[in-house]
Design a binder for this molecule. Structure first.
Ligand SMILES: [Zn+2]
Length: 381
C-alpha cells in the first residue's frame, strides 16, 4: 500500500566504523567527500504533503518510511542563536542535514538565524506561533497558532517554508489534524525522544537517545535546539550515530507551504512592532554577534525521492501508539505572547466578578518558574 520510491543519492557513509568525529572534521577543513567516519546524508526523501500525511510512530503508524538503521534528525523550538549555532556546526562537521521545527515568535526575534539554517541546507518547518498546547485551545485560537506560526517563520525566512508541522507537546486534536490535512501540511510526530529538556548534561542526552534508538532500530529523533544538553551533546551524538552505522535521511518538501494573507499581515505587524521596540531600547535587542562558519563546502545534492501524490487523501486513520502524558500549562501561559488574544476563558470571567477567588499558590509558583526560564518551562517538547 505504502510505496515510497527510494534512491540512494549521497553515500557519505562511515567507511571505517569508528569515532573519527567532528573535531577532526573541523580541524582538517576537508570537503565532505574527503571525510571519513561522518554521517553524511544517505538519502533525501521528497515528501508530498498533499492531504496531510502523518509521520512518527509514537503517535501514528500510518507510514513506515524508514529502513532499518535510518534516522531523521529534527530540532524543535528555536532558533536560539548560541545553541542553534552549536547544533549547526555539529551538523556541518558531519556533512549531514536536519529539519528545524521553529516557533514563529522565536523566528521573528532572529530572522538571520532562520536564513542561516536554510542557507546551510536544512529544512525549515514550523511548530506554531508561541508553542501553546493545541488541546487547550478552541478552534479559532488553535488555527491562529498554526497559521501565524507558518506566516511568521516564512516572513523571517524571506520565502515559503516547508509544509511540515509538529504539534507542541505532541498535543494533536483531531480537528486541528483535519485543518492541517486541508492545508496540505505534513504532520510530524516522533519515534525517539532525546528527553534533552530533562537534563543539562550532553552525555546523558546522548545515552538516552541511543538507548531509545537501539530499541526501535530507526526513527525520527526529537531534539530541541534551545536546550543546553543538545547544544553541548549533539557533536558526541552525531559521532556515536556514525560509529554505530546509522544513516541519516533528509526530508525535503515537494512543494513549499502556502500562507494565508490574514496571518501574513498579522506576522508583519508583529515584526514591525518588534522592530519599533528594539529601536527604542537598543540594549533589549541582541547585541552580540556569534560567528557562523562557512557552509559553501556542502555538496549540492538533488532530491529524487518521490512520495506518490494522492496517497494520503483518505480519511485520517485511527489514532495509535501510546498517548503522551499531558503537560500542565496554565491559562496565564496560554495567554502570553498572543498578539490578539481571544475571549477570556469563562472561569476567568467569573474570577473577575468574584474578587475573593484568587489564584492557587500552585499557579503562582508555576508563573514564577515560567518567568525565571520560560523556555525551559514551556518548550519542553
Ligand atoms: Zn516544542
Amino acid at each position: 500500500m505504502m510505496r515510497i520510491a527510494t534512491t540512494l543519492l549521497v553515500a557519505l557513509t562511515a567507511a571505517g566504523v569508528g569515532t573519527v568525529g567532528s573535531q577532526q572534521a573541523h580541524a582538517g577543513k576537508r570537503s565532505c567527500s574527503e571525510r571519513t567516519g561522518i554521517l553524511g546524508v544517505s538519502r533525501i526523501l521528497e515528501v508530498d504533503t498533499t492531504g496531510g500525511p502523518r509521520f512518527g510512530n509514537m503517535q501514528y503508524k500510518d507510514i513506515d518510511f524508514l529502513r532499518p538503521g535510518e534516522v531523521v534528525l529534527t530540532f524543535d523550538d528555536g532558533p536560539l542563536r548560541p545553541k542553534t549555532t552549536a547544533v549547526l556546526n555539529a551538523l556541518e562537521a558531519h556533512c549531514t542535514k536536519a529539519t528545524f521545527f521553529m516557533v514563529g515568535r522565536m523566528a521573528l526575534v532572529d530572522p538571520s538565524m532562520v536564513k542561516e539554517i536554510d542557507r546551510r541546507g536544512h529544512t525549515v518547518a514550523t511548530h506554531t506561533w508561541s508553542h501553546k498546547m493545541q488541546g487547550r485551545l478552541g478552534y479559532a485560537r488553535a488555527e491562529k497558532e498554526i497559521e501565524l506560526g507558518i506566516s511568521a517563520v516564512s516572513l523571517a525566512l524571506g520565502k515559503p517554508v516547508a509544509p511540515f508541522f509538529r504539534f507542541p507537546y505532541l498535543s494533536d486534536p483531531r480537528r486541528m489534524q483535519q485543518h492541517l490535512k486541508e492545508r496540505g501540511q505534513g504532520i510530524f510526530s516522533i519515534d525517539v525522544d532525546s528527553l534533552d529538556f530533562r537534563t543539562r548534561s550532553g552525555s546523558t542526552m546522548v545515552r538516552r537517545t541511543l538507548a531509545g534508538l537501539k530499541r526501535l532500530g530507526k526513527g525520527v529523533l526529537l531534539f530541541h535546539d534551545i536546550q543546553r544538553s543538545t547544544a553541548s551533546g549533539v557533536d558526541m551524538l552525531l559521532d556515536e550515530l556514525a560509529a554505530r552505522g546509522y544513516k541519516v535521511v533528509h526530508l525535503v518538501p515537494k512543494k513549499p507551504a502556502a500562507t494565508l494573507p490574514k496571518y501574513d499581515r498579522m506576522a508583519k505587524r508583529e515584526a514591525d512592532r518588534r522592530k519599533k521596540i528594539a529601536s527604542r531600547r537598543p540594549l533589549a535587542s541582541r547585541s552580540i554577534v556569534w560567528p557562523v562558519s562557512n557552509a559553501s563546502e556542502f555538496p549540492a545534492v538533488k532530491p529524487l525521492e518521490i512520495t506518490p501524490p494522492g496517497l494520503f487523501r483518505g480519511p485520517l486513520p485511527e489514532r495509535s501508539g501510546r498517548p503522551r502524558a499531558p503537560i500542565k500549562q496554565s491559562r496565564e501561559e496560554l495567554a502570553r505572547d498572543d498578539p490578539e488574544p481571544a475571549e477570556p476563558h469563562p472561569k476567568k470571567r467569573a474570577r473577575a466578578v468574584n474578587p475573593a477567588a484568587k489564584d492557587s499558590s500552585d499557579a503562582a509558583a508555576l508563573r514564577g518558574a515560567f518567568q525565571e526560564d520560560w523556555r525551559r518551562e514551556v518548550f519542553n517538547n
